[in-house]
Structures are given as structure tokens and as C-alpha cells.
Design a protein around this ligand. Structure first.
Ligand SMILES: [Zn+2]
Ligand SMILES: [Zn+2]
Length: 277
């Protein structure tokens, strides 16, 4: 299983900032932020599944245009998974014929281009041996994270969340957590804003990471564009071992079935990070 970072910023501005999206192999997206727009058209057509963490615009921004652009090329529907509340927002506020056509009824209600599939926290789906578990999260709207497992290695993405005891319990129950991508949006100077919007800030991130029972490689994502410098400095200063790294656009994680191959991936990532530092 290969997981490629298409977008990992909390906003836009310049070529390096795209909002949240991960491409898993060639057919799965985790979130559908602006990073999806960098994929070639043929790659967009090859996407069959989209797992949404929540309904906020930075995570769904390109879903309407993804289905519109590729509908005529599709031989089967695009499956969009999310919490029932997330899918309800899509139905009422996006695919409502006012903002965008209802692609769950196009080209026909019997054979639509888009299907909305509800999931619940704790549920695990198996897509050709790639297991995707829905993790709990605590945000200003109903939200989820996802844990991707292939063989004996796993990758967890928190989505947008503040400190969440049920998420920590779920992460600590995972036997094979190799990589953890965790959000942080604002620096300490904007702590009130972070708390009001149910995002993490560096001090809360430190508490969150210190409560982990395992020692996955941790990557921070979702920093807001005007906060990157201050938040990064505060995160680097956290007393965490190993220290968190910062997720990069284009970064690739490979989960292999054999332990040896996974170890090679970890070493190559470490060298990539060392080169950037
Ligand atoms: Zn959000
Ligand atoms: Zn967000």
C-alpha cells in the first residue's frame, strides 16, 4: 500500500500549499482537499473511493469537481464514505442542485455516478486486502480519522481534532501503528482560536503525543498558512521522543507486507527528512 500526500496545509497560497488529501495506491482518496487538483486527469478517472474525515470545505473542496470532471469516463460509481452527519451535509449543502447537481441521481437514480456510504467509528472496511478503520475524533463538527493497514504495518491520520480520549484509546489499541499523521492548526499565541475551533495547538499536541503508548513516527499536518513559523518552532521545542516531523507535499509512505520492506521505507523517509532539515 502506498500513501501519497497531495495536500497537508490548513489553507492555500502558493504552489506548496494545498489542503488535505492523501492518495492511497491509485484508487483511494483520504479527504478531497485542493491537493487533488494536481493529479492528472487519467489519475482522477482511476479514483474509486473517497474517505472523508468531516464536511469542512478544506477537506471536501474538490469532490464536486472531481465527480463532475470524470463522470462521463466512469464505468462504476465513485464511492464516498463518511459519517452519516458528514454525508447529510453533502446532500443538503453541496449536491442540492443549487450549489452543484445531485450526482447521486445522475446520470440516473438507478445507476448514479456517486454513491454516499455511511460509516461509523470503529468500523473496518476491507478493499482488496487494504484494511481501513474509522477512528474517533473530536472537532467542531462530527469528524473521524482513519487507520490504514496493510500486512503488519499501519498508518493513522487523525483528521481534524482536538484532544480526544477515545481517539487516544483507539490509537493505543492498534498493534501495528508505524506512522501517525496528526493535525495542529495554530501556535500558542492563537490558543483560544484553536480551542474555539476544536483544533490542536502545540502544547495540546505535546500532551496528546505523551499519552501514546507506542512510538510511531509522527508527522504534523494542517498548519494554517499565517502560523507555520511560530507553530513549527513551538512543536520542535516540545519534549517528545522521537520529535515530530512536518508532513510534506508529495511525501510517500509505503506499507509493505514484510517487516523488512517496511523497515526500508522508514529508513528512506528518515533520510528524506534529514535532507530537508
Ligand atoms: Zn475541520
Ligand atoms: Zn481542516
Amino acid at each position: 500500500m502506498e500513501i501519497r500526500v497531495l495536500g497537508c496545509s490548513g489553507g492555500i497560497g502558493g504552489a506548496a500549499r494545498r489542503t488535505t488529501a492523501f492518495c492511497v495506491d491509485t484508487d483511494i482518496l483520504i479527504d478531497c482537499g485542493t491537493g487533488v487538483g494536481d493529479l492528472p486527469f487519467e489519475a482522477l478517472v482511476g479514483l474509486d473511493h473517497v474517505f472523508l474525515t468531516h464536511a469542512h470545505l478544506d477537506h471536501i473542496a474538490l469532490l464536486p469537481m472531481l465527480i463532475d470532471s470524470t463522470m462521463s469516463e466512469r464505468t462504476h460509481p465513485l464511492m464516498v464514505y463518511g459519517l452519516p452527519e458528514t454525508l447529510d451535509v453533502l446532500r443538503r449543502h453541496i449536491f442540492n442542485w443549487a450549489i452543484w447537481p445531485d450526482f447521486t441521481r445522475l446520470p440516473s437514480a438507478e445507476a448514479p455516478a456517486l454513491r454516499l456510504v455511511p460509516v461509523v467509528h470503529g468500523q473496518t472496511l476491507d478493499l482488496d486486502g487494504r484494511r481501513i478503520q474509522v477512528l474517533p475524533a473530536r472537532h467542531s463538527v462530527p469528524a473521524a480519522g482513519y487507520y490504514l493497514q496493510c500486512g503488519d504495518a499501519g498508518f493513522a491520520f487523525t483528521g481534524d481534532t482536538t484532544v480526544c480520549s477515545s481517539l487516544l484509546a483507539a490509537l493505543n489499541a492498534l498493534p501495528n501503528l508505524r506512522y501517525l499523521v496528526v493535525e495542529t492548526a495554530f501556535p500558542e499565541a492563537m490558543r483560544a482560536r484553536a480551542e474555539a475551533s476544536s483544533h490542536l495547538h502545540p502544547e495540546a499536541l505535546g500532551h496528546f503525543l505523551s499519552a501514546l503508548s507506542g512510538s510511531p513516527d509522527v508527522y504534523v499536518t494542517h498548519l494554517k498558512p499565517n502560523c507555520e513559523g511560530a507553530a513549527c518552532a513551538e512543536i520542535v521545542a516540545l519534549d517528545c521522543t522521537p520529535p515530530p516531523r512536518f508532513l510534506q507535499p508529495g511525501q510517500i509512505f509505503r506499507l509493505a507486507v514484510g517487516k523488512g520492506r517496511d523497515r526500508e521505507t522508514r529508513e528512506s523517509l528518515a533520510s528524506v527528512d534529514a535532507g530537508r532539515a
